[in-house]
Design a protein around this ligand. Structure first.
Ligand SMILES: [Zn+2]
Ligand SMILES: [Zn+2]
Length: 266
């Protein structure tokens, strides 16, 4: 390690080589002077660097690698921000691209992803993953809730049920329509709920009352439209009427086969 000024000249600290030129700089807020050496970087830049730190070989270069990294990070950010992998949308690139901050589109919470190559079409935050793989595979997606609340507000309907309650209700119905017994689903695609393919809908059992804990049930969205403002019993009676009125027309063996094929194709 160089001790004297003479020994400092030509000293190599990583990509920096100390030149035969130094200056004394006043230290901010102190009454002392600091010795700085002019250095030549491998990249061609000349910079002033502190002697003590040069001697400890701490400087890597003039700062160009950091600048490059910053530039790389900016380029990476341009490519990655707003990209959606499964249910995760990238909102920030951190640590020179070592980590990305994402928003989980299922629960709307932020989550950090350390390995970019782990992102794929099944990505979601750890909490949602736990919920789906764990006890509660009936968790209602946040975006569905938002749509539901928005619609209710537009129709001036009071909502006193929350997502937790509705998820538990959905679980208690085993994910099936309360009226028809059909399985009802939330379809995820590109990180959002795809409403055209989602068949879940929340029905007010009594259409004169609000969305409250004792007045809601999960039904297939088509069933909900058909039920309109009927009570369950009125709706059932209509269905029965339709069934007896039309069964001869639709229940021949041929029609049943066609229907089955259509269902399979759907
Ligand atoms: Zn440099
Ligand atoms: Zn989540």
């Amino acid at each position: 390690m160089p001790q004297t000024k003479k020994e400092m000249v030509g000293f190599v600290c990583n990509k920096l080589t100390v030149l035969d030129e130094f200056r004394r700089v006043k230290v901010k807020g102190e009454n002392t002077l600091r010795l700085e050496w002019k250095c030549k970087c491998e990249c061609g830049n000349s910079v002033w660097k502190r002697g003590g730190i040069l001697r400890k070989l701490i400087y890597k270069d003039c700062g160009h690698s950091k600048e490059n990294k910053k530039e790389d990070t900016n380029q990476l950010a341009e490519r990655l921000i707003d990209a959606v992998y499964g249910n995760l949308k990238i909102i920030e690139v951190l640590g020179y691209g070592k980590r990305v901050k994402c928003i989980c589109l299922l629960c709307n919470k932020n989550t950090m992803v350390k390995k970019l190559d782990t992102l794929d079409q099944n990505s979601m935050c750890q909490e949602c993953r736990w919920n789906i793989n764990g006890n509660n595979k009936f968790i209602v997606p946040h975006s569905f809730m938002q749509m539901f609340l928005r619609n209710a507000k537009e129709r001036n309907l009071d909502v006193t049920v929350d997502r937790t309650f509705l998820s538990k209700l959905f679980a208690s119905q085993n994910g099936r329509c309360a009226l028809s017994g059909q399985e009802i689903v939330f379809r995820y695609g590109k990180g959002r709920v795809r409403y055209t393919e989602t068949t879940a809908s929340i029905d007010r059992i009594d259409s004169n009352k609000p969305y409250s804990e004792d007045n809601v049930q999960w039904v297939h969205k088509h069933i909900n439209v058909m039920k309109h403002r009927c009570s369950d019993e009125q709706f059932f009676n209509h269905c029965k009427q339709i069934y007896f009125h039309l069964k001869d027309r639709y229940e021949s063996e041929n029609i049943r086969q066609i229907n089955t094929k259509e269902q399979q194709a759907a």
